[in-house]
Design a binder for this molecule. Structure first.
Ligand SMILES: [Cu+2]
Length: 505
């Protein structure tokens, strides 16, 4: 066996070599063979990047996400059923797209509950392979958090039950987290938003509360979703269309002077969204784990995979306001870097008719207590490797030199103890770091010897660690049990960039 390991630094050179290209083509061809009905679609292999994307209709009225109905007849309880099953969506005219859906829709239904509520959700797995539901960012017990160690078998039901603590209001989400199948189940459609609300919300109700879930769709000529290619496994899957609540560039109409509260979710597998509002002023009011202490004006926002941000948008100019993407270089391996700048994700028509007057945004939103002196320090180093044999090429995505092993505990921690985590990205791509079960506070970014503090204190469960960057954060797990931490480019998580944190009581 001829087997060699390549360090990340050598990766680009190796990919440019003819042998690597040939191997990747072979790999994509075998993908195609396993996909019935693919017709002449060339996939996204390295030699066929000029493929024409299927056109999607734009400019339809923005659909609000369907709400998951609460079946509990009692106050303080949220009870419902989420069934994951195959469904058919119509993204492009005349083309049926087989997808995976929660309760028939993708994104899944919006779950809205209040701080203090008890949540009991029965998950019915009808997708034909094991799955779980992970409650991304939520302070739920470890055995209710949909770990890969707790699969829900094909055809089985299981109840996820947890209490939403006071102070937990925030923009969370839910998605599968089964061993080795997360990336595919998510890009095929399984993801939804879970908003925990506070009964004493300082943001004026007149702003509304609109959830915008970004997903990333790739369609073959026949309307089906192609399997992941080698390029997708390396970079994470980036599709051809960024959708908002399942629609391409939908339209919203407001009167001049209106303010809108928007919760933006990056539910894509791997697309980095550097966002800007044109024609309207954006103010950040919250992050993954809820409101900031005070609003912060923002010209642009980098929303890496799995991150969320809460905005208030002021529509003070008549005409068309748009939410668009700006260029962002997150490190791309090989050919086929997607054109990520200049996409219009949402268009808002601001009419000359004045909106009903609304109260101003309060100057203070809520206090955030800074996490204090850490008792323990940890260092997690992200690297990428590639192994080539005569017949195969495999990417590896490692933390501290190791690929994920479900039978191995990587870190043992103590519940209630504050820790300093240093996430060091020595790889050639950005990797958004996520840890389950809690919210953390980023205290420092370091790059090229320069240390910068974040512009505001915030609760986060996902933070981008740019290539060559070190991010330092303070973290405290309150509940015992095993937690996952991983890169939220789901293909990277699947290829090893994940570890297990065991929190002892
Ligand atoms: Cu990654």
């Amino acid at each position: 066996m001829h087997r060699r390991g390549f360090l990340a630094a050598g990766l680009a050179t190796v990919l440019a070599g003819p042998r690597a290209l040939a191997q990747m083509k072979m790999d994509d061809m075998s993908n195609m063979d396993s996909m019935p009905g693919m017709g002449g679609h060339a996939g996204h292999d390295m030699s066929a990047m000029q493929q024409v994307a299927v056109a999607l209709p734009e400019g339809e009225a923005l659909r609000e996400l369907p709400l998951l109905a609460n079946e509990a007849g009692a106050p303080g309880l949220f009870k419902a059923r989420l069934t994951a099953e195959p469904a058919v969506a119509r993204f492009a005219e005349g083309k049926d797209t087989p997808i995976l859906a929660y309760n028939g829709t993708s994104p899944g239904p919006l779950i809205g509950a209040y701080e203090g509520d008890r949540v009991e959700i029965t998950f019915a797995n009808r997708i034909g392979e094991a799955s779980t539901i992970h409650w991304h960012g939520m302070p739920v017990p470890a055995d209710q958090d949909g770990n890969p160690m707790d699969p829900v078998a094909v055809g089985a039901d299981r109840v996820y039950a947890f209490d939403l603590p006071e102070g937990s209001a925030g923009s969370y989400w839910y998605h599968p987290h089964p061993h080795g199948r997360t990336a595919e189940q998510v890009y095929r459609g399984l993801a939804g938003a879970f908003v925990v609300k506070s009964k004493a919300d300082p943001v004026p109700a007149a702003y509304g509360d609109t959830v915008l879930v970004f997903t990333d769709l790739r369609l073959a000529g026949d309307g089906s979703m192609p399997d992941n290619t080698m390029t997708d496994l390396m970079n994470g899957r980036v599709g051809d269309h960024v959708l908002v609540n399942g629609q391409k560039n939908p339209r919203l109409v407001v009167g001049i002077g209106a303010k809108r509260r928007l919760r933006l979710y990056n539910a894509t597998n791997a697309r980095f969204l550097r966002l800007a509002f044109h024609g309207a002023a954006a103010t950040i009011i919250g992050t993954d784990g809820g409101l900031l202490e005070a609003p912060v004006a923002a010209d642009e926002i980098l929303l890496s995979p799995a991150e969320r941000v809460e905005l208030v948008i002021s529509f003070d100019k008549p005409g068309s306001a748009t939410l668009t993407t700006l260029a962002y270089d997150r490190g791309w391996m090989g050919a086929g870097r997607p054109a990520d700048a200049g996409l219009t994700l949402l268009t808002v028509d601001v009419s000359k008719n004045p909106a009903e007057p609304v109260p101003p945004l309060p100057e203070r939103l809520r206090p955030i207590a800074p996490l204090s002196v850490p008792a323990v320090g940890r260092r997690l180093v992200f690297t990428e490797t590639m192994t080539m044999t005569a017949t195969d090429m495999q990417m590896g995505f490692l933390i501290n030199g190791k690929a994920f092993d479900m039978a191995r505990v990587d870190i043992v921690a103590k519940a209630g103890q504050t820790e300093l985590w240093e996430i060091v990205n020595q790889a050639d791509m950005d990797h958004p770091f996520h840890v389950h079960g809690t919210q953390f506070q980023v205290i420092e970014h370091e790059r090229g010897g320069k240390v910068a503090k974040p512009p505001y204190l915030a609760w986060k469960d996902t933070v981008n660690v740019a290539r060559g960057e070190t991010v330092r954060l303070l973290l405290r797990q309150e509940r015992p049990g095993q937690r996952m931490y991983h890169c939220h480019i789901l293909e990277h998580e699947q290829l090893g960039m994940m570890g297990i944190l065991d929190v002892k009581a």
